[in-house]
Ligand binder design. Structure first.
Ligand code: DGL
Length: 276
């Protein structure tokens, strides 16, 4: 029997567990190594230079673990620093942007697409660029808006709180004014708020983690599972750069089950950047 494929998955923190959830549901036979930079999260309000530096360190760490592929389970890193990760990884790299943009283009009926994400993701224009690149020559409208408060609300577990609905309404107004029929949830935290977002905006919602997983499946030549159940047996090693006191509860919310005690890495352990 051949050794299982090893996929490295990293995020600025805990949010990438919403992507890992799709991966282990669809590809339970893979061995995953998850790294969350919980000591330095959030990345969404940092500069491109800082995000790129942190992403390079995470990619270097995963490379040292001998992974066969890296999934950048963070929209902010995928927007701002995918090229740096690709340069370091020496293995195929899958980000969130391309698969989600292509899915949105297939799902929209009116070719009016909204994108929400962190400030860094929106300011990078990465989704808009991908949509226009793959969108063909027919008229396409893209409206994007940064929604930084939603990150904290998702971590707080305020998934259906009236305050959350009010903030979503405020954030989505520019998208709804432009009558988008599809919204890309361009942040790892937003799929947790999909019900609340759907209540405010009854449109097609695109979860990048799901579509990135479908892309990984195609790359591995694997077929969609008919099970769609979280397997209890998936093999995952969890690494974090800090264990905040609400870690276990937030992780359970994003992943759907307890992850136990993660390996704690000091920032020094992920500092050396190997480019050769
Ligand atoms: N994981 C980030 C993303 O998907 C959200 C949290 C952060 O700002 O670091 O954009």
């Amino acid at each position: 029997m051949s050794a299982p494929i090893r996929i490295g998955v990293f995020d600025s923190g805990i949010g990438g567990l919403s992507v890992l959830r799709h991966l282990i549901t669809e590809l339970p036979e893979v061995h995953y190594i998850y790294l969350g930079d919980t000591a330095r999260v959030p990345y969404g309000n940092k500069s491109v230079a800082t995000i790129a530096h942190y992403a390079a360190q995470s990619a270097t760490f995963l490379r040292s673990k001998g992974v066969d592929m890296i999934v950048v389970a963070c929209n902010t890193v995928s927007s701002a620093a995918l090229d740096i990760v690709e340069a370091i990884a020496h293995v195929p790299v899958v980000g969130m942007i391309e698969p989600a943009a292509r899915a949105a283009l297939e799902l929209t009926r009116t070719r009016r697409i909204g994108v929400i994400g962190t400030r860094a993701t929106i300011e990078s224009d990465a989704y808009t660029l991908a949509l226009y690149t793959h969108g063909g020559s027919e008229r396409l409208t893209v409206v994007q808006h940064a929604c930084p408060l939603l990150v904290a609300l998702a971590e707080e577990g305020w998934l259906a709180h009236p305050a959350t609905l009010a903030i979503i309404e405020e954030y989505l107004r520019p998208l709804l004014d432009e009558t988008v029929d599809t919204i890309i949830l361009g942040c790892t935290h937003f799929p947790l708020l999909a019900d609340a977002i759907g209540q405010v905006a009854p449109v097609t919602l695109v979860d990048p983690g799901y579509w990135a997983t479908r892309h990984v499946q195609r790359m591995l030549g694997s077929h969609a599972t008919s099970e769609h159940r979280l397997p209890r047996t998936a093999r995952v090693e969890y690494y974090v750069t800090d264990v905040p006191n609400n870690f276990a509860a937030v992780a359970r919310q994003f992943l759907g089950f307890d992850i136990g005690q993660p390996h704690r890495l000091s920032l020094e352990e992920i500092t050396p950047i190997v480019t050769q």
